[in-house]
Design a binder for this molecule. Structure first.
Ligand SMILES: Cc1cc2nc3c(=O)[nH]c(=O)nc-3n(C[C@H](O)[C@H](O)[C@H](O)COP(=O)(O)O)c2cc1C
Length: 407
């Protein structure tokens, strides 16, 4: 009898109204779980396009591992009942120091694509940076977001096309551009090479099988509008829907001759903030400061461009020192935990940006997955602040971290 009473007191078998995916999402504990969900839900070629990096993926792995190279110097007995994660960046008040990095071709992760990410960012008052190579246009994103909007610029050989995108961005309320400067040519992403990955994805025998074994992604994909480079439809001498390898497309269209002298051209054609994205050395950060760039994103494109590039985290302190703390810095790459954000801020970042973290969420469960990724990072950040004894972003200083001695 005792045994039944005990079982009855602990059993909770109420019928679940949640779908299997919703249940998995509600149980996901951290970004790694969202990655696992995305991995099982997406066809392998699509998952690898998102998850992969250049060549041996050493830089990609080190971006995340670098955070373990630092540990906290926690302080105690500091009344951490109220935690303030808000901050100000480039004149804007943000609910937390988190920005959504630009990612091309977002709709292959989920049909809601850029619109889902922009809606989540807007709900939390955080900037969403739309990629030049997005699959929803500047105008479509503006229609769903009244939050802070940035536009990421790849510099095309055809400058009239760039000028046109800048003026469309300005008239649709985007106030900041991120000029990506690490993509003179495309890094060699060998997972995509092996899978013959094209944008948009084409149907061959391999992709067909991949699609059949991932039916819910395939059903979502075929039911919605064809995926195209939405900002450049009809431009660049080809139909934006033509399947092409990304590396061919970039070497045809992007200008490898881009140099410092052209920053003036951007100043003349853009009145908002200019952030250089892809700065990978102290000297270039100093030069960016000297020519009046508003902020730099220390970034190696999430390890997708130069394998062997330094990690954003290791550049933070030397760059902050060389620019006397006067140049706002974004730490872009490898952020998978709220504690990563706190470490980056302690080393001199003003804000952190995330790419794959929200893409894993999008691939796992659409907009709800993006929301979940952000909630995970912000709640982890808040808890880390409480456990380290800092109550506000302003209180996070270099004294909060030290190099981990024994790894
Ligand atoms: C699938 C994917 C597509 C990306 N597309 C772009 C892009 O179009 N423009 C760009 O500047 N950066 C692009 N990036 C780089 C991100 O903006 C960001 O630098 C990178 O994802 C940061 O590293 P993380 O993924 O570890 O957070 C892309 C990254 C991924 C994973």
């Amino acid at each position: 009898m005792g045994i039944f009473r005990t079982v009855r007191s602990v059993a909770r078998f109420s019928p679940s109204t949640l779908s299997r995916r919703q249940r998995q999402l509600s149980r996901a504990a951290h970004i790694g779980d969202l990655r696992d969900m995305a991995k099982s839900h997406l066809p392998r070629g699509i998952f690898d396009y998102i998850d992969g990096g250049a060549e041996d993926e050493i830089t990609m792995r080190r971006n995340s591992e670098a955070f373990a190279g630092y540990e906290f110097v926690p302080r105690i007995l500091r009344d951490v009942s109220n935690i303030d994660t808000t901050t100000t960046f480039l004149g804007r008040h943000l609910s937390s120091p988190i920005i959504f990095s630009p990612t091309g071709f977002t709709r292959i992760a989920h049909s809601d694509g850029e619109l889902a990410v922009a809606r989540v960012a807007a709900r939390h008052g955080l900037p969403y940076c739309l990629s030049t190579l997005s699959t929803r246009s500047i105008e479509e994103v503006a229609r769903v977001s009244d939050g802070p909007k940035w536009f990421q610029v790849y510099v095309w050989k055809d400058r009239e096309l760039v000028k046109d995108m800048l003026s469309r961005a300005a008239s649709n309320g985007y106030d900041t551009i991120m000029l990506t400067v690490d993509t003179a040519v495309l890094g060699r992403r060998e997972r995509d090479v092996r899978r013959g990955f094209t944008l948009p994805p084409t149907l061959g025998l391999g992709t067909l099988l991949d699609g059949i074994t991932h039916p819910s992604w395939t059903w979502d994909f075929v039911r919605h509008d064809p995926i195209t480079f939405a900002n450049i439809s009809g431009a660049a001498g080809r139909s934006a829907g033509t399947a092409v390898t990304l590396s061919d497309f970039i070497s045809e269209q992007f200008d490898p001759a881009l140099s410092w002298s052209e920053i003036d051209w951007f100043r003349q054609n853009w009145i908002g903030n200019i952030i250089l994205k892809g700065v990978q050395s102290v000297d270039d950060a100093v030069q960016a400061h000297t020519v009046g760039i508003d902020a730099v994103a220390l970034s190696n494109h999430g390890g997708r461009q130069l394998d062997g590039a330094p990690t954003p985290l290791q550049l933070l302190a030397p760059v902050a020192h060389a620019t006397n703390g006067h140049l706002p810095l974004l730490c872009d790459g490898g952020i998978r935990r709220g504690s990563d954000i706190v470490k980056a801020l302690a080393l001199g970042a003003s804000v952190c940006t995330m790419g794959r973290s929200y893409l894993y969420g999008l691939g796992a469960a659409g907009e709800a997955g993006v929301e979940k990724a952000l909630t995970m990072l912000t709640s982890e950040m808040r808890r880390t602040m409480q456990l380290t004894g800092v109550r506000s972003v302003a209180e996070i200083s270099s004294e909060l971290v030290q190099i981990t001695e024994h790894r």
